[in-house]
Design a protein around this ligand. Structure first.
Ligand code: DGJ
Length: 522
């Protein structure tokens, strides 16, 4: 009997879907959920929306935006209102709503840090500064941030986080509604570049830990000798990353979900002073190498990308897409950002993309215009996500993004060139030239599935083909153009386009279009 039971539980364990995880294969990162590659099409709810009644209002918005994942905060002050007494009613209700609505969740741990302050720490922490010290600024005034050097505070946060992860393992360990955990929120300090308490000064005047110096390939010395003008910020980055690494480790000991930290960026921020324009000690681009070296329990470091202009936005994606760091955009938002979603996923290999403030995209029971644009993207991407993930790893997926005065883009594939035009094309010297859309919102992805077989998706654009320059052929023609989807990687056509719909190339209207095309040259 005992043997039979053991065999049954072995068989069950063998059948249980593997935990969500991030892996690197052939030089490319991917997120696996229940063993299959998963593209995170998410939005983050407002800070005070991680409550069951609030979330009930937001699931219709998540459906309308064609999300597969929603990012929701979990508040330390809610789960541990009295030290050591945990309750998870809020989390349980939200997980069960998400399951009912068929969404995955990314849970955001609002613990010691929320935007460079300690606002979500429970009252028993906030009211006991003797036990849970604040950081002191240069003139010894306390700021609204807990000191990252306090092991007492760190251990309290780690105990709460451990309890949360232990609870998730029990309640979600087989179902994996929760696929990722953000540890803290935009950590670092506002109001000072580092802690200037007597104890902090003592540590700051000492040597940079040998292991850190070695990993960074620097010469040993004090913080000032090793990091010069950035010494205070580097000291903070080391103390904050050590603290968060310990919190993440404690959580993973209970339940090893993939974990990341998000970053309030320094790019395009005023005078770029740490502690003023952005929280000092976060994993900003200048501190990224230090964080990667010092926080191995984190699976990745993710930029909250609100940089407006396309060049600098892409610069941020490039900086956080590293051989040792998978890219994820856990927060973003701005007027042209649906186009940026295509670049982030196709060109920079992002595991996922998540505009902030789902609540704001939903007004009077409808999506606002920007929300509609994300909805179009997500619907198209979800329609062919296995192809998208495969083609981008093979280097066979290309994005064309409209920008002010950038009205056309030529995408070069092995045997074909694909011209993507934005707005009306008018006759001009050298052929027709696109004039651009009234607002530069056009964007398209083109992927080559096999020679002459393409997937095309996007909005506000027109796509034409020619044989690759240098081949003997001069013209290309469509053999077939079909609308449809392939959510599981197998194409299901819903209609064929021909005649006016393909004569001048294929149009991707404002409402978006997802196409499978076969092209031949002659
Ligand atoms: C970034 C933070 O991480 C979010 O929690 C939220 O405060 C947004 N900023 C608001 O823009």
């Amino acid at each position: 009997m005992k043997i039979a039971l053991a065999l049954v539980s072995l068989a069950l364990a063998a059948n249980a879907a593997p935990l969500p995880r991030i892996e690197k294969a052939s030089g490319h990162y991917r997120l696996l959920v229940d063993g299959a590659p998963f593209l995170v099409l998410a939005a983050q709810v407002h800070n005070s929306s991680g409550w069951p009644a609030q979330m009930e209002q937001l699931w219709p918005a998540a459906h309308a935006m064609h999300l597969n994942t929603v990012e929701v905060p979990v508040y330390w002050e809610d789960i541990e209102p009295v030290q050591g007494q945990f309750h998870f009613d809020t989390v349980d209700a939200i997980v069960s709503q998400a399951r009912r609505e068929n969404f995955r969740l990314v849970l955001l741990w609002f613990g010691t840090w929320k935007n460079g302050t300690m606002d979500y720490a429970p009252a028993w922490i906030k009211s006991d500064a003797a036990r849970y010290p604040r950081m002191l600024d240069e003139s010894r005034h306390a700021v609204r941030t807990l000191s990252p050097l306090s092991h007492t505070t760190r251990d309290a946060d780690a105990a709460a986080f451990r309890a949360l992860l232990g609870h998730l393992k029990q309640t979600d360990g087989d179902t994996h509604t929760v696929i990722l955990i953000q540890v803290e929120n935009e950590p670092g300090s506002l109001g000072t570049d580092r802690d200037y308490s007597a104890e902090a000064n003592r540590v700051f005047d000492g040597a940079v830990p040998e292991a850190l110096v070695r990993k960074l390939g620097r010469k040993p010395g004090t913080w000032t000798q090793v990091f010069g003008d950035e010494a205070g910020e580097a000291f903070s980055a080391w103390s904050v990353s050590s603290y968060i690494n310990a919190v993440a480790e404690a959580g993973k000991q209970e339940y090893s979900l993939p974990m990341y930290v998000n970053v309030w960026l320094r790019e395009q921020k005023n005078f770029m002073r740490p502690g003023e324009a952005y929280p000092s000690g976060g994993a900003t681009t200048n501190m990224l190498a230090l964080w990667k070296a010092n926080a191995p329990a984190l699976d990745l470091i993710a930029p909250d990308n609100y940089v407006l202009d396309p060049d600098n936005y892409m610069g941020v994606l490039d900086a956080y897409r590293r051989a040792d760091n998978a890219l994820l955009i856990p927060e973003t938002g701005g007027p042209r950002f649906p186009s940026y979603e295509f670049s982030a996923i196709a060109t920079y290999g992002a595991l996922g993309f998540s505009p902030f403030g789902l609540d704001s995209y939903w007004q009077n029971g409808k999506l606002i215009e920007l929300g509609e644009a994300y909805a179009v993207n997500n619907r198209l991407l979800a329609g062919v996500s296995p192809w998208i993930l495969k083609l981008r790893d093979e280097g066979k997926l290309k994005a064309a993004i409209e920008a002010p005065l950038l009205t056309e883009q030529l995408l070069i594939f092995d045997d074909f060139e694909v011209l993507v035009q934005f707005g009306r094309a008018v006759a001009s010297y050298g052929g027709s030239i696109a004039q651009g859309n009234p607002e530069p919102t056009g964007h398209a992805l083109v992927g080559e599935l096999s020679p002459g077989e393409f997937v095309i998706l996007g909005a506000n654009a027109r796509v034409q083909f020619r044989p690759r320059r240098g081949s003997e052929k001069t013209h290309a023609e469509f053999i077939s153009v079909e609308e449809g989807t392939a959510p599981d990687g197998v194409w299901k056509s819903t209609r064929r386009l021909n005649g006016d719909e393909t004569f001048f190339g294929v149009a991707l209207p404002a409402g978006g279009r997802l196409l499978h095309a076969k092209v031949e040259s002659y």
